[in-house]
Design a protein around this ligand. Sequence first.
Ligand code: ADP
Ligand code: MG
Length: 452
Amino acid sequence: MNFSKLPLTQAMLTNLDTLGYKKMTPIQDAALPAVLEGKDVMAEAKTGSGKTAAFGIGVLHNLDVKKFRVQSLILCPTRELADQVAKELRRLARFAHNIKILMLTGGESFGKQLGSLSHQAHIVVGTPGRVLKHLNKESLDLSNLNTFVLDEADRMLDMGFIEEIESVLSFMPKERQTLLFSATYDGEVKKVAKEFLREPVIVKTTADELPNEIEEIFYACSDKLNTFVKILAQKKPKNVIIFTNTKLEAKELAEKLIEKKIDALAIHGDLEQYERNDVLVQFANGSTPILVATDVAARGLDIKELSMVVNYDLPHTEETYTHRIGRTGRAGAKGIAITLYSTYEMEKVEPYKSSEKRLFLEADTLPEAKGFEMKPEFVTLVIEGGKKDKLRAGDILGALTGEAGLQGKSIGKIDIYDKQAYVAIAGDVIDRAYKYLKDGKIKNRKFSIWQL
Ligand code: ADP
Ligand code: MG
């Protein structure tokens, strides 16, 4: 299970150790030997099991850094997922200088991507539509490609990307390594694996892993909103994702919760990229305890330690149910999954009763939640400066704990992007932090600051 048993360079091993990757996860242990041998691999393992490194280490190991051409393409279903993969790859690539990883996803400026492509890259991480557009316009050349990775293959097929993927494949050399990663391995994925992979090594770890410990409760209720509030008051979860089936409902539910003094934000397809990012950052850093989401919008969201998942609307399929609730109870912590249904949805709930560990209760058994409020632990400040300004977390932390006199514990997560940084500040000292950053300097420079 140690990375050192793999034929990796010492620099790579040292970096893995620095990242805190002391041992391989089961899927890495199962897939990496074949990946490093250059074989085609079809790997199945559930979300959060370390699939990115299972292909990422292989992709980086096989890279010829001196050859400044696209040698690997990784396709992901959404830009959030592509972003996560690119971030993980960059962490894994720290052992070497000058490995250029480029993101090509929709929702970003095409022209800017053209510019980046003209400077070449070693690895492209992208979404099918945008990658195809670049291929068609000949701004992306895959003739030097040696590894193709299809990440989250099942979601990709769910989202109907099959044609785009096939077109993208037509631009690649036939002689290549293809790696397919998926959280499930059903008929559809099998079919695609057969079509795209050559004599693949098939690895799966889903059966070996400990199942997440999740308490599943279904509540029959006439008033979903009030039932939800009562559940919050009773279970006091730290953070909750609540799913609705439509984006309109997501928006409305967040508004209704705020009216009830329960802090919430909605994430749905209508948001601009920057708005989505603002919402995701605030949820992940504890600046809002509740995220109202649609399935599509929640794709790729990787929040560690999620205490509760709620199905405000019954999911359309049991598969979606499993996918939704699988986000809680990760990393050994116990999670709670609540499903609310109205009396006229009795029939739809019936199939869920086949599992004995699920509890079916009536909402009127829940105690009243008088005066219950839910406030976030932190407030997010945005600093208009980021990596491009060479701003680091340490600079921000230094400014706040130095002259502003804040205690380290009042400062939460710091996320630094190219042009912006987000800092989570404890609610009771937010005014002081804001004033200091607004009037003072970070790294001897003035930056615009605002509060989300
Ligand atoms: P998946 O793609 O299977 O959903 P990820 O690749 O996103 O999972 O990995 C989940 C988390 O586990 C990430 O935060 C990653 O940094 C971490 N991780 C991956 N491999 C290891 C390892 N060998 N040891 C410790 N943490 C790891
Ligand atoms: Mg993944």
